[in-house]
Design a protein around this ligand. Sequence first.
Ligand code: PLP
Ligand code: COI
Length: 354
Amino acid sequence: MEISLNLLPESERRHSVLKGMDSLPFGKLRCDHMLVMDYANKEWSNPRIVPYGDFSVPPGAIALHYGQAIFEGAKAFRHEDGEIYTFRFEKNAERLNRSADIMCMPHVPVDMQVQGLMRLLDIEREWCPTIPESSLYIRPFLFATEDALGVKPSDKFTYCIMLSPSGPYYAGGFNKTVTLLITEQFHRATPGGTGAAKAAGNYAASLRAQLFAQSKGAAQVLYLDASNTYLEEVGAMNHFHVMRDGSVVIPEFTDTILQSITSESVLELLPNARQERVKLSDFVAMVKSGEITEAGGFGTAAVITPVGKYITDEGDSFTVGDGSIGPVTRKLYETYTGIQKGALPDTKGWLTKV
Ligand code: PLP
Ligand code: COI
């Protein structure tokens, strides 16, 4: 794939803003350039790396009206040797295409996504931070640009990868547990819907529930299935809990849960990690009896986020263990981030050098 380049002169590049920073917000900073490609007449064309800036889209673009838009989230890390490594990006590229199937959008060939990203990262090396708990967050996205007001799949699309040097998703990072609201009032997804896609509309639909959770003092919602029987996932991460015997349990992937690459990685790493349908009533009883000792969330941005407390619609609240970060969660966090940052060996071949 021939990628055309329109790069800023060195004097206009802004990566020196990272110098002297000792923490980073999540997703606020922007790298100098982005990768863009267009789709029309059933083919991809004009892959280009250009300065980060506004798109020109018609006001009637289908993405703006009917939400035909999907995205991904991945990370790159700078290792001690100064080199940059991506973490399992092919998995994100494949998942983008699964989301595309659900949302009636064209595939973006995985090799095109990987090549485009590698080229972009090579140009943006200086933006990959070394600050603790930080990384270069990679945000690929695909959206419908055809100017049409009838409800139908678009026949024109734009694919873009933007980059953001970022710190932890939840302020406070790993060392601060979060509180989740378990609510029966809002649902993220229903069977036969788009819950398994990383579709923009799923996140728009979660905003009302998230504000409600925040008004109750929780960081996010732990969603239940549409019958309010089973645990599903959290707004921006999968859910997990740890049993007294140290085993890790993740709710089974269904068509209402995003198949998290972090969860898949944990399932590969830990022989005693498994997936099952988790009944809300069993979960609450086991947390209260101490059979469940730890809980948290898995996600690219969230990494491994410990949950200390749950609250319910009725105002009931219960802590997990003593409410602090447990040993299984801590060890898993150290192992997982150790592999990502190159402090531990990458025996699974998850890292790719840029
Ligand atoms: N579930 C939802 C709804 C998410 O937005 C995310 C974030 O990407 C995840 C789960 C975690 O998926 P992954 O580990 O692939 O980032
Ligand atoms: C990610 O973890 O990469 C995500 O896409 C979650 C996002 C909603 C911040």
